[in-house]
Design a protein around this ligand. Structure first.
Ligand SMILES: *Cc1c(COP(=O)(O)O)cnc(C)c1O
Length: 401
């Protein structure tokens, strides 16, 4: 159990960040989730069923792989990869989607509802819904429905209903509003499933708990393989769930340096990035106090990353707190460094990483050569890159010409 200073208090505050900053119509539905989760997490039957599905359905434990070729190429610390890409559905998101689906069932709900941008959360949630026998409704901006066609097809094949939102900018922001409006009106039937360690209490703590299996496994696996803890951990940070999942079990190990990697996109000078920790300021977003990229009026800024799963103008409140405490160091890599890392890992190890995960690999490629060959770095390979191959091939060809 990590030191209490790293945890939320009873009101969901990590230091000054977090909480449940909600419009009146959401107070009661979210309080119901808070109370149900507080009970469920103490119930060995509930946690036992969750852990059973992680083994039998997701395929856990995921490998901790010693990337010997990459290590030799970088010439420094030994690099290990935590292979969340090998999970069923190809990424870490299934870990918390299954937990949320089981909690919804326990609460007597019949439907899962969520918004999705690029569709990765929607697909993982639709998968969990199919397995647990729940209905699933995914709200998506009409522009994203057109752009992310393969994921829309996947969600529908899995039995989910995809609602194309035609309001306003027809993008993620409108999809969030639309999903919350439906939820508030019918929360006796619906469970709102958030896709990262963001949103109002209890979601940042609950999603972290469901993802913390990553770090618990990695810690045991590295002790088994090397007889010691790593010198550093590296994970990409969008909302921050794969990162919190890896970091949580190591927070008390002060000798382990921890790095969260954000997208610097096309550079930190303009607006074409999503480097929330580097350039954001304290604010309120999606029901939580956290660090936000925002304008003077407190409106979230438009963001960009080559990895659609990382383009979020906020970050989970526990990350904001860990930054304030100085326990985690937040760094950024840009789109070009990310593309290089994508190619490097594909060619040296025969592993095609997601563009999100490629941010963690890119920083690992900078960090490992600065350390000695006795040192160890664990990077979280949050997902596989099959979804990105056409896009990356185009970008690499454009770069060559
Ligand atoms: C969604 C996603 C991310 C970013 O989300 P976090 O909550 O920051 O983990 C990272 N990697 C992959 C593969 C994803 O699908």
């Amino acid at each position: 159990m990590p030191n209490p200073q790293y945890r939320a208090n009873d009101d969901g505050y990590f230091g000054e960040f977090g909480g449940a900053e909600l419009p009146p119509f959401l107070v009661e539905p979210i309080a119901e989730v808070r109370d149900a989760y507080a009970e469920a997490r103490q119930d060995p039957t509930f946690m036992g069923e969750y852990e059973r599905l992680l083994r039998t359905y997701v395929g856990r434990p995921s490998l901790l792989y010693f990337a010997e070729n990459l290590t030799a190429k970088l010439g420094g610390a030994k690099v290990y990869l935590k292979r969340e890409d090998l999970n069923h559905t190809g990424a870490h998101k299934i870990n918390h989607c299954l937990g949320e689906a089981l909690l919804a069932k326990r609460m007597g709900k019949t439907k899962l509802i969520a918004e999705t941008g690029a569709g990765q959360h929607g697909v993982a949630l639709a998968t969990a819904a199919a397995l647990t026998g729940l209905e699933c409704e995914i709200h998506m901006g009409a522009i994203d429905v057109a752009k992310q066609h393969p994921n829309v097809v996947r969600m529908e094949l899995l039995g989910a209903k995809v609602v194309a939102v035609e309001e306003g900018g027809r993008s993620l922001k409108e999809a969030v509003d639309s999903a919350f409006a439906t939820y508030a009106a019918k929360y006796h039937e619906y469970f709102f499933a958030i896709g990262s360690v963001v949103g109002p209490h209890p979601y940042p703590s609950m999603v972290r708990d469901f993802q913390s299996i990553i770090g618990r496994e990695a810690r045991a696996q590295i002790l088994e393989a090397e007889g010691r803890l790593p010198n550093a951990l590296v994970a990409a940070v969008g909302g921050g769930s794969n990162a919190m999942g890896l970091f949580d079990a190591f927070l008390n190990d002060r000798e382990v340096e921890i790095f969260g990697v954000e997208p610097a996109g096309e550079g930190l000078e303009g607006t074409r990035h999503a480097a929330t920790m580097t350039l954001g300021t304290p604010g309120t977003l999606h029901g939580m106090k956290t660090i936000v990229l925002q304008d003077e009026q407190g409106e979230p800024s438009p963001v960009h990353s080559i990895a659609s799963g990382l383009d979020y103008p906020g970050v989970g409140p526990q990350h904001s707190h860990l930054k304030t405490l100085g326990r985690v160091t937040y760094v950024s890599v840009d789109d070009n460094e990310t593309l290089d890392a994508f190619s490097t890992l594909s060619r040296t190890e025969g592993i095609i990483p997601a563009l999100e995960s490629s941010h963690a690999i890119a920083y690992t490629c900078k960090l490992a050569p600065t350390l000695s060959s006795d040192d160890i770095v664990i990077a979280n390979l949050s997902g596989r890159g099959d979804k990105d191959v056409d896009f990356v091939a185009e970008r690499l060809a454009a770069r060559r010409s």
